[in-house]
Write a protein of this length. Structure first.
Ligand code: SF4
Ligand code: FES
Length: 251
């Protein structure tokens, strides 16, 4: 059975997008190691409500590593200290008794803080709206089944499609670049015959929108790949750059 620990949680509190934020520290006692990180925040909020204080605002939805909503910077790492998991999949057994845990929102100009730990990630939606879809007639189900796709391409497309749009890559990047996210979205379509037709135009449109929205440039530090909870590879960035260059040369 998981042992219980006492921790101090140092949480970023910010009333709104324009307000000045600050850290507040709270004590939590007898937290079981099997408690998930978000459940720990639920316990903190119950404690704050009992004390007639404002609960901490944080985003979450599926709590299963699928939706990408639980985007928290924990002790200097997006999604916390463990590899290849989201915040909602992190458990308190990864922390030591008496430890201070610092929890911050994503820090990126393109993701303004809404309140406390919640940020506005609509910039990602706007990039998808610029081209993250297939706009040609791909036929019906029998046509898809009759289109041969190599196992390698299918696997690589599935790997790229595992991106959950959490934004950890942007938060981890010193330039605030969204290249890993955009390249995953470009690749998941460009690798398949149905998406290949518009691959160059898609790359051009999505990169243009990404630049307009204030994301930084990629300088190959690989911090994005290291912190991505889904293990999305930076080889997708190289693939997107090839499509983008192809589009530029054919202009
Ligand atoms: S590439 Fe990884 S880190 Fe970036 S949004 Fe997708 S899942 Fe999150
Ligand atoms: S709450 Fe959905 S991925 Fe964490």
């Amino acid at each position: 059975m998981d042992k219980e620990i006492n921790v101090k949680v140092r949480v970023w509190r910010q009333q709104g997008p324009k307000a000045k934020g600050h850290f507040e520290t709270y004590k939590l006692e007898k937290i079981s190691g099997g408690t998930s990180f978000l459940e720990m925040l639920d316990i903190l909020n119950e404690q704050l409500i009992r004390d007639k204080k404002e609960p901490v605002v944080f985003d979450n939805d599926c709590r299963e590593g699928i939706c990408g909503m639980c985007s928290l910077y924990i002790n200097g790492h997006p999604h916390g200290p463990d590899d290849l998991i989201t915040t909602c999949q992190l458990h308190m057994r990864h922390f030591k008794d008496g430890q201070t845990i610092t929890v911050e929102p994503w820090r990126s100009a393109a993701f303004p803080v809404v309140r406390d730990l919640m940020v506005d990630r609509q910039a990602f939606d706007k990039i998808i709206q610029a081209g993250g879809y297939v706009n040609v007639n791909t036929g019906g189900v029998p046509d898809a089944n009759a289109t041969p796709i190599s196992k390698l391409d299918a696997d690589e497309a599935m790997d790229a499609a595992s991106c959950i749009g959490c934004g950890a890559c942007v938060a981890a990047c010193k330039n605030g670049s969204a290249m890993l996210f955009v390249s995953a979205k470009v690749s998941q379509l460009a690798l398949l015959p149905q998406g290949k037709v518009e691959a160059k135009a898609r790359a051009r449109a999505m990169v243009k929108r990404m630049d307009e929205l204030g994301f930084g440039n990629c300088t190959n530090t690989r911090a994005c790949e290291l912190e991505c909870p889904k293990g999305v590879s930076i080889s997708n960035i190289a693939r997107m750059n090839r499509s983008y260059l192809g589009a530029k040369l054919s202009e």
